[in-house]
Design a protein around this ligand. Structure first.
Ligand code: PPY
Length: 311
């Protein structure tokens, strides 16, 4: 009998990252094989090259906003789509090699988002100590274990994994911060609509008055709520911006499909980044009657009758 090969999941590694914890919360242990990779671009590249089937990468944070390497990595290059979102409440420790005292620490290292979310607390504990960036919190913990730096901001599990001990626990400036991760894969069959889905897009607009309003209007007139919108520079065109956004609904639903088709007409480019089940514990706003699939179907039949000369 033919066996389907296990799904290969790439995640921002090494062992002990928040991305790994997010993957474990989304995919039961024992399902698929997991490959830690060195960076977000490496995780996306592994999927694009077919070396992995899906990648679990951080997307945005409730305190720091979006993760630029992920946003830009999805906006450029061969298309990838989000098939799932995962929310994780993150807790940070300041960790060092056993025997290190706070007074011995001359350097702190972590992922830029972890440094940003703990900046005030860490500066209070270690005034004037430089905070240096690393590609993940676990790589930072490993580098401390290897003696390259004195302390890391990381997950308690990463400290344990690399033999570090906490100098301070719960060093987040805003306890309860949530990170949104996404599981991305090469385009293929879309996740089925669940009735509580989100759709992600990148829309490139022309440099003209009202271009953003034109984009927003296509959602408003179809009763679609946006859950995120932000601008990102298009790096090879000076002062031209794209809009990265999430809206409620699934592309299989008429109002969302029609909005995308309209955006395709009024903007320079639309990149579809997937329709997937909403996982933030919230429920999409009720769809107004005139924006429901049944209303679009009925309007389509009416138009067909008009065109056939039946009215
Ligand atoms: O570096 C990690 O562990 C990640 O998964 C990225 C990250 C960093 C800080 C907060 C949330 C996610």
């Amino acid at each position: 009998m033919l066996q389907t090969p296990p799904t290969r999941f790439a995640y921002l590694g090494p062992e002990g990252t928040f991305a790994e914890a997010a993957l474990s919360s989304a995919v039961p242990p024992g399902e698929g094989v997991r490959q830690p990779v060195a960076s977000v671009p490496a995780a996306l590249a592994a999927v694009r090259a077919g070396e992995a089937d899906a990648a679990l990468v951080p997307f945005e944070n409730s305190v720091e906003g979006s993760v630029p390497t992920t946003m830009d990595g999805l906006a450029d290059g061969d298309p990838l789509v989000v098939v799932r979102e995962v929310f994780l409440t993150v807790a940070f420790v300041l960790a060092a090699r056993p025997g290190t005292a706070l007074a011995d620490v001359r350097t702190v290292v972590s992922h830029p988002h972890a440094l940003a979310q703990t900046a005030r607390t860490v500066a209070g504990l270690l005034p004037d100590v430089p905070a240096l960036p690393a590609s993940s919190t676990a790589v930072a913990a490993r580098a401390v274990a290897d003696g390259e730096y004195d302390a890391a901001v990381c997950a308690p599990i990463a400290a344990e994994r690399y033999g570090l001990v906490p100098l301070a626990e719960d060093v987040a400036d805003h306890p309860g911060a949530v990170t949104r991760f996404v599981l991305v894969s090469r385009p293929g069959a879309l996740p089925e609509p669940t009735g509580n889905d989100k759709t992600s897009l990148v829309v490139v607009v022309a440099d003209r008055t009202g271009a953003l309003l034109d984009v927003l209007r296509e959602f408003t007139v179809r009763g679609i709520s946006l859950t995120r919108i932000e601008s990102r520079p298009i790096r090879d065109r000076l002062w031209v911006y794209s809009f990265s956004l999430d809206c409620e609904g699934h592309v299989a639903e008429a109002r969302v499909g029609e909005a995308l088709a309209a955006l395709h007409r009024v903007s320079e480019d639309v990149r579809f980044l997937g329709s997937y089940p909403r996982a933030d514990g919230r429920t999409n706003r009720p769809v107004p009657g005139e924006a429901a699939d049944a209303a679009f179907t009925e309007a389509g039949s009416w138009l067909a009758r008009l065109r056939a000369g039946e009215v």
